[in-house]
Ligand binder design. Structure first.
Ligand code: ADP
Ligand code: MG
Length: 602
């Protein structure tokens, strides 16, 4: 690595000052990025007590020469940036030269480092920024950075930190994402002496995902590799069953740097439109590679938000990459043994190709508001979808299946959506309104109930566990019913004197929603579910499904509307025509009734 120099003031000023060491995970991110820039192939991160007591990052990178160790800790000291032009063509992770100086201002730091050419390494300690004399030390080539007693000298900052377990969850999240960006580097994460994950560093992203997220994720991946107009998108996207109720498992990298960009994430989600339930978000890890001169990473202190020149080109390519990958996967998939009755105009991949034909260019949609589906717009097609659908799966074992296939179905025509709440469709001589919220509640309910009955696991491990305080009496109810609560997708245990830690939840939603659901369940048990006409199992499932259902006032796409109509009709055949709380899903007007209203007939 090049010699370390202090940046000229004018460049320093151009770089917006920002807080880099906001919490332990931010410190880990900066230290690990330095290790990556140092060319390390193996990086180990150990933390104690959420990282507040100690963070230790050990790498086998190039090390820092003895005579430059102090310089590295000075403000705006960097070996990575020389002039302002460099700022716009960055390919390294660091460049502000302020991470080490910021970190050592709020912690006690110890560095042990040795370069290839040095016989002995250097040890230096800094107590809240004040360095002690350097010492020689025998050590491996590379660097060990130890950051201890973080924020001990800033009680106000300390107060903002969450419980240790939450902070170590944030570290897992940050490190997991970096490990996916750099599958050719082996990362190991150790929390309070226990190994959380270790990636092999064999260059294979799927192996890294297996190590970080587990087998369920590794099995449901589709490769993405696509290039257009000088922009390359590669990585993986998850099959629809990996979709979750929030976006925490979506990862985007631009030139190897983890970024947050809702528009790009939405564009990728667009490609899933026909195959994922409303309110669910697909899993993906996508690398966007483009000329560094098109990216300005300097807009955000933690460098996670970036500005991209020519965004439309990126959006187009991301959409193309994901939809191509999904289309390829549909082709490769073995045909379902017994699908829903296939209608004549059904074409292979029709749902996928239709999305491309019918929906205006996605950049138009993403930049502008998604146009409302107008009532005048008729949808001619009635395409059955191939996406995962528990109703179809169930049907294959259903005795009525045989009869249904024989029965001539009257085709329906989706007319559109009104008040962003009701879907209108026509079938034969009748027109129908579906309450989309009621319908969706019923769908979720049926899905979850069938999963529960089939003893399918439907909880999701939370990357960041949620800690919840309970009163003494709530705690008693929790203890008594813990195993039953776990049957419904939670994994939770006592935590401290008056709290529980939730590691797995049936909903992947905000912490507040997860806690809300747990509170509701506990309350249900303390009331003994006595006042309910249902058995408690249905009540529990209802609590969960309510958290999932799409709310009214949501614009739906044509495909979503079609999906709702089709599923509503399926359910009706099984006698489920109301939402779980008994409100009707569908109301109808006959042609005759309408004609009467217009006084065409008496
Ligand atoms: P930046 O990464 O923006 O250059 P930092 O304050 O993070 O600024 O680091 C300052 C300098 O210290 C880096 O430019 C690099 O030369 C050196 N450095 C920091 N960490 C390491 C490491 N793990 N291995 C080798 N050099 C390092
Ligand atoms: Mg750095």
């Amino acid at each position: 690595m090049a010699e370390i120099k202090v940046l000229p003031q004018n460049i320093a000023d151009k770089i917006a000052a920002g807080e880099v060491a906001e919490r332990p995970s931010a410190v880990v991110k900066e230290l690990v990025e330095n290790s990556i820039d140092a060319g390390a192939t193996s990086i180990q991160v150990e933390i104690e007590k959420g990282g507040v007591k100690c963070i230790r990052v050990t790498d086998n990178g190039c090390g820092i020469p003895e005579n430059q160790v102090e310089t590295a800790f000075l403000r705006h000291a960097t070996s990575k940036l020389r002039n302002i032009e460099d700022l716009y063509s960055m390919s390294t992770m660091g460049f502000r030269g302020e991470a080490l100086s910021s970190i050592c201002a709020v912690a006690n730091v110890r560095i042990i480092t040795r370069t290839e050419s040095e016989e002995e390494g250097t040890l230096m300690e800094l107590s809240h920024g004040i360095p002690s004399p350097k010492e020689s030390i025998a050590c491996n080539k590379g660097t060990i950075m130890e950051v201890c007693d973080l924020f001990q000298n800033i009680p106000a900052r300390m107060k903002f930190l969450k419980k240790d377990s939450t902070e170590s969850g944030y570290v897992a999240d940050v490190l997991g994402r970096i490990a996916m960006a750099k599958p050719n580097i082996s990362f190991k994460y150790v929390c309070d002496g226990a190994e959380v994950f270790q990636t092999s560093g064999d260059g294979n992203l799927k192996n890294a995902i297996l190590n970080i997220y587990g087998l369920e994720y590794a099995k449901g991946l589709i490769d993405v590799d696509y290039e257009k107009d000088g922009v390359r998108i590669f990585g993986v996207c998850g099959k629809s069953d990996l979709a979750r109720g929030n976006r925490t498992r979506q990862t985007l990298f631009v030139n190897g740097r983890y970024i947050k960009n809702h528009v790009i994430a939405k564009v990728a989600e667009e490609a899933y439109r026909n195959s994922i339930m409303v309110g669910k978000f697909p899993f993906f890890v996508l690398n966007i590679n483009l000329s560094p001169s098109l990216v300005d990473v300097n807009v955000h202190p933690a460098k996670t938000e970036i500005k991209i020149a020519d965004e439309k080109r990126i959006y187009d390519t991301v959409y193309g990459a994901v939809s191509n990958a999904l289309m390829g996967a549909v082709k490769d998939e073995p045909k379902m043994e017994k699908a829903i009755p296939v209608r004549e105009n059904y074409a292979e991949n029709a749902s996928v190709s239709q999305i491309k034909m019918k929906i205006p260019s996605f950049s138009q949609r993403v930049r502008e508001e998604v146009p409302a589906q107008t009532v005048e717009k008729f949808i001619e097609y009635t395409v059955p979808h191939k996406e995962e659908n528990v109703f179809c799966e169930e049907k294959t074992e259903d005795v009525f299946d045989f009869i249904e296939e024989k029965e001539e179905e009257i085709p329906y025509k989706v007319v559109g959506q009104v008040f962003e709440t009701y879907v209108i469709f026509q079938q034969g001589e009748k027109m129908f309104f579906i309450d989309q919220h009621a319908a969706h509640e019923r769908f979720r309910f049926e899905n979850l109930l069938s999963d529960y009955k089939a003893k399918k696991k439907f909880g999701q491990m939370l990357l960041i566990p949620v800690v919840m305080n309970l009163t003494t009496s709530e705690m008693d109810v929790f203890r008594e019913n813990q195993s039953v609560i776990e049957d419904f997708g939670f994994e939770a245990e006592e935590f401290g004197k008056d709290g529980i830690i939730i590691r797995q939840s049936p909903i992947t939603s905000s912490d507040e929603e997860i806690k809300g659901l747990m509170a509701e369940m506990i309350e249900g048990f303390s009331g003994g579910f006595k006042n309910s006409v249902w058995d408690y199992e249905e009540k529990m499932i209802d609590m969960i499904s309510c958290k999932y259902a799409i709310k009214a006032n949501k614009k739906l796409t044509e495909i979503e509307m079609d999906d709702i109509v089709r599923k509503t009709l399926e359910l009706e055949k099984r006698g489920k025509a109301t939402c779980p709380h008994g409100r009707p899903i569908k109301i109808e007007f006959s042609k005759q009734e309408v004609e009467k209203m217009f006084k065409r007939i008496v």
